[in-house]
Design a binder for this molecule. Structure first.
Ligand code: NAP
Length: 251
């Protein structure tokens, strides 16, 4: 087991964030589960606590600077200085360009890009002090381009640029910054897409799996396992990378 740290997982109420929070708790870290609504974090926090881990639920909108600063200050007060940050909170507002509203564009940019910027800025203040840190940003295969996702793919590509720049700036403080770009992962987000395109959840997963070299869709734990490595002591020489976790190669 690696040294016990304080980790923050945004969007930790469900899906990839919940699996990641549970995994980091099993790795021995105290985990702050951040989501829009504090009560939505209860399930994840309870599962971690029942498992013998230590967790705190915190309500914050990651796109709101004041909320982010308050949340990170509270986490530092209650759990100690956060030195692991997983920027996972995300939303989709899919539409073809001609139907995409400014609100759809701004919402997606604000949660993914502004949220990761604000959270990283607040957390690095603690990481630089102790000269150790790990930041993992959730990008996506959509960064490579995806019909109906101009906003989301631009945000996810933007996160790859943010990742590389923060890796360069923060490396001297012994802080690594990496991105994970998942392919199809079975969560509420992909379920909502199946509903939107009018395909049953089973058929939607089968269709996706048929295009994936390993022959199955991803599970939240597939991403949590990768986060576990990228936040471990052993990953200290891996920085500024984008790891596609998609059951096959992507370029
Ligand atoms: P999910 O099931 O929709 O969970 C996302 C979580 O983020 C929700 O709990 C949501 O809260 C929360 N959230 C949304 N906006 C927030 C905000 N402003 N502040 C704080 N929390 C906020 O999504 P997921 O599938 O687990 O995806 C997690 C991450 O992986 C996202 O960044 C997503 O873009 C990325 N990703 C997912 C896939 C996939 O196939 N699932 C593939 C590639 C990348 P509410 O429920 O209250 O909205």
């Amino acid at each position: 087991m690696s040294e016990s740290r304080v980790a923050i997982v945004t969007g930790g109420a469900r899906g990839i964030g919940a699996a990641t929070a549970q995994r980091l708790a099993r790795d021995g870290h105290a985990v702050a589960v951040v989501d829009l609504d504090e009560s939505s974090c209860t399930d994840t926090v309870t599962r971690i606590t029942k498992d013998g881990g230590h967790a705190l639920g915190v309500g914050a909108d990651v796109s709101n600077a004041e909320a982010v600063n308050e949340a990170v200050a509270r986490i530092a007060d209650v759990l100690g200085p956060p030195t692991i940050l997983v920027n996972n909170a995300g939303v989709t507002r899919d539409n073809l360009l001609f139907k995409m509203t400014e609100q759809d564009w701004d919402t997606v940019m604000n949660v993914h890009l502004r949220g990761s910027f604000l959270m990283s800025k607040a957390a690095q203040a603690h990481m630089t002090q102790v000269q150790w840190g790990r930041i993992v940003n959730l990008s996506s295969v959509s960064a490579l381009g995806n019909r109906g996702q101009a906003n989301y793919s631009a945000a996810k590509a933007g996160l790859q640029g943010l990742t590389k720049t923060l890796a360069i700036e923060l490396g001297k403080f012994n802080i690594t910054v990496n991105a994970i770009a998942p392919g199809f992962i079975a969560t509420e987000m992909t379920k909502a897409t199946a509903e939107r395109v009018g395909v049953s959840w089973e058929d939607f997963q089968k269709g996706a799996a048929s295009q994936i070299p390993v022959g199955r869709v991803g599970q939240p734990e597939d991403i949590a396992n990768t986060v576990s490595f990228l936040t471990s002591e052993e990953s200290g020489f891996v920085s500024g990378q984008v790891i596609y976790v998609a059951g096959g190669p992507r370029t």
